[in-house]
Write a protein that binds this ligand. Structure first.
Ligand code: SF4
Length: 740
């Protein structure tokens, strides 16, 4: 590919960004010549404003111009899943989809139509599924899913404890911290705010002590941590409870803070002291569960309680597990016990880390309207009762079970066809083998995609869509900005690709839907800007914003979650029924569900280390984010694959008795499936635990062995009492395999 140069007059520099579900949002300058991106540069702002581009967008052009991009509509000609397709016209493709929608509606009703949308494209106008939702609402409705694969446990915990999901501080506030606990959080991979690592490194240089608590000695721990505390997966809440116990026994808690700002601490204290169940939650008790030595737990408690201010940063990895929401709730409770909520340099916990300035949750979008299928369902906004949420929708991590079982399985409808965009759920939700079986069972499946993903292979009709570089859109950063972005269209659509909005508009005509609004992209973007209160408040000149591609918001002081509630509680109560931080939640108690206790608790679960199943499958599997792709996006980019070969991390203590050496091909398996993968024998993971990054593409061979090494071939399609997807609670065995 030719390189651009400043002197080449045929090169345009376009200000853009990605719409990935990557944890960041970075300014990119795309050098474009003859409808090809020939070079990519990152942000040209000076320190400290510069937003640093990670390796993934450095390889963005390899993704946009990848030779395997889907370039024209196709229909299936082989068996579902075999990936055999032939080229068809757009007219035939859209006629087929429209006719199937009409057929299924006529025979089975709208509830038989499943709409699968996702986080593969996060922006305003072209946001995954917005146009399709609007269209299907006008068509009479559809059934869909609820919940976020990564953050649902954290959402539930934050709503329970604080009545708000905006529980974060802007990242520069870490410079005010004297102690930072990275609890299950590896921002070097997960990003979680574009410049998190930049500010974390500065905080360390500023004298903050950094402790990483994780089963893996992960990249962030290796880079900045003063101490690594290895811990068994799923036991974080036990260690946190024991820390709280130490604080109570040694009178280290901030009782004045607890008295003024919280309710229910006494109930939590009673649990910790064993008054409720006869088991005191001592460091020795937690050590037996977690593998963290009792003296380390006690010293962590003392250091955290006596170092002010201190930021306990929990995240979403440990929350993607059975009882995951308890981890986020217990973290928030420790933040309150140490008086760090609402204080500069402190933290509120809760796992989401979002700030209420320019947050992507508040992006404007195409008005979808109401779904007629859901009109008679319960009002679920803000509810903590997950059972209410699955009356008319399907939890995201049981989507394929719902296809297979329908109403008889307790799901809202019997699904006959699915229309999908911006997701690869076969690969990214639990139990990929079951997902493949479910997609085989559908009468019809259409998908909009950029690549022939594992899920796309099961489609009857494939509709090729434009990439972010072929669209203009309004963008917002992940949880911590604060800034707004405008991503300018750099390329004319490649091949015959269309954007999702265009597809929905053309389908509307074929379905005889007259009032589906048709505006140009330009007109839509201006309308969204005009209708967005915060965008209009911060940005007066839309054209300049679009030209510059970014509007940075100057903050006088870093954003601190709940600062107002702490500084002026009379006038700014928490948005909970009590107006306080709810360590005990009456709303949760009213749900009467033993799996969802009203105070944060450690509870054993199936497929934890003590499950009798561990005799057959003795190793715990965790599935963290990859560094070199965005979940399953960018998987095809060879440059990125070379930076980190896909391997299972296994400790020598587990590898040696199994005869496994570094670089061997091994099979990781349980009753749900088997993956073939290369072993990395390393002490960077604790004994008894193996780690496979999520997102590698599912590729079963003739014997059903997944040669792609998709982590979700092994995980469970289940959810926890607070809605957390159970993806980090799986037992497996590993044995030496044969290369084929
Ligand atoms: S993948 Fe995300 S974090 Fe990385 S450079 Fe692109 S926008 Fe930034």
């Amino acid at each position: 590919m030719p390189q651009s140069s400043a002197s080449d007059k045929n090169v345009r520099i376009v200000r853009a960004t990605s719409a990935f579900d990557c944890g960041g949002r970075c300014p990119l300058r795309l050098h474009v010549k003859d409808n090809v991106i020939v070079r990519i540069e990152g942000d040209d702002a000076e320190e400290p404003d510069q937003l640093r581009t990670c390796l993934r967008c450095r390889a963005y052009r390899q993704y946009i111009h990848h030779p395997e991009r889907l370039m024209y509509p196709q229909k299936r000609v082989g068996r579902r899943g075999d990936g055999q397709f032939e080229r068809i016209s757009w007219d035939e493709a859209l006629d087929t989809l429209a006719n199937q929608l009409k057929r299924v509606k006529k025979i089975y009703g709208n509830g038989a139509i499943l709409l699968m949308t996702g986080g593969g494209y996060l922006a305003s106008l072209h946001r995954g599924g917005a146009a399709a939702q609007r269209l299907l609402n006008m068509f009479g409705g559809y059934v869909t899913h609820y919940g976020n694969i990564s953050s649902e446990g954290a959402v539930w915990a934050s709503l329970t404890q604080y009545g708000s999901v905006m529980v974060g501080h802007s990242r520069e506030d870490m410079l005010n911290s004297r102690l930072i606990l990275l609890w299950g959080w590896d921002p070097a991979r997960m990003i979680s705010g574009t410049n998190t690592m930049y500010h974390l490194i500065h905080a360390k240089e500023n004298g903050a002590r950094v402790i990483a608590i994780d089963p893996r000695y992960h990249d962030t721990a290796a880079t900045v941590a003063d101490q690594w505390v290895p811990i068994r997966p799923g036991t974080d809440t036990a260690v946190m409870a024991a820390m709280a116990n130490v604080m109570i026994r040694e009178k280290l808690q901030d009782q004045a803070f607890l008295d003024r700002y919280t309710v229910g601490f006494d109930r939590f204290k009673s649990y910790l002291l064993g008054e409720e169940d006869g088991v005191e939650k001592t460091p020795e008790w937690a050590a037996g569960i977690s593998g963290v030595p009792a003296d380390i737990i006690a010293s962590l408690a003392r250091e955290y309680a006596t170092t002010r201010p201190a930021a306990l940063m929990d995240c979403q990895g440990p929350a993607r597990s059975a009882m995951g929401e308890q981890y986020n709730r217990c973290a928030a409770t420790l933040c309150a016990m140490t008086g760090n909520v609402g204080r500069p340099g402190g933290s509120a916990g809760g796992g989401l880390m979002g700030i209420p300035v320019a947050h992507m949750f508040r992006s404007p979008g195409i008005p979808a309207g109401k779904n007629p299928f859901e009109l008679e369902g319960p009002k679920v906004k803000g509810t903590l009762d997950i059972r209410e949420r699955v009356i008319k929708r399907i939890h995201i991590n049981t989507l394929f079970d719902a296809i297979l079982k329908g109403k008889k399985g307790g799901y809202p409808s019997d699904i006959r066809m699915a229309w999908s965009m911006c997701n690869n759920y076969l690969n990214q939700t639990g139990n990929s083998n079951k997902a493949a079986k479910a997609l085989q069972s559908l009468e019809f499946f259409a998908t909009q995609e950029l690549f022939m993903t594992p899920q796309a292979r099961y489609a009857d009709i494939l509709l090729p869509v434009t990439s972010t570089a072929e669209r203009s859109d309004l963008m917002r950063p992940w949880p911590s900005g604060p800034y707004f972005m405008f991503s300018n269209r750099a390329l004319e659509p490649l091949g015959e690709c269309k954007d999702d909005l265009e597809i929905a508009t053309e389908l509307a005509a074929k379905l005889d839907i007259k009032d589906f609004e048709t505006h140009s992209e330009e007109a839509w973007l201006r309308r969204l800007y005009e209708r967005s209160t915060d965008l209009k408040h911060h940005i007066r000149d839309f054209d300049r914003f679009r030209q510059e591609g970014i509007h940075r918001i100057e903050l006088e002081t870093p954003v601190v979650a709940f600062r107002k509630q702490i500084e002026d509680p009379e006038n700014h109560p928490f948005d909970t029924p009590s107006g306080k931080i709810e360590i005990y939640s009456q709303r949760v108690a009213d749900i009467v569900d033993g799996l969802c206790p009203p105070i944060p608790k450690y509870l054993p679960t199936s497929e934890d280390r003590n499950d009798p199943l561990s005799r057959k499958y003795p190793l715990q599997l965790i599935t963290p984010h990859p560094r070199n792709r965005v979940h399953s996006e960018m998987y095809k980019v060879e440059w990125l694959r070379e930076t980190e070969p896909h391997r299972v991390w296994i400790n020598p203590v587990d590898a040696t008795p199994r005869g496994i050496e570094d670089g061997d091909e091994v099979h990781v398996f349980n009753d749900r499936g088997t993956i073939a993968i290369i072993a990395w024998v390393t002490e960077r993971i604790i004994p008894g635990v193996v780690s496979v990054t999520e997102g590698a593409w599912y590729a079963p061979d003739a014997n059903g062995i997944d040669r792609g090494g998709c982590a979700n071939t092994l995980t469970r399609d289940a959810y926890s009492g607070g809605g957390a997807a159970v993806l980090n609670t799986s037992l497996v065995e590993v044995m030496k395999g044969k290369r084929s």
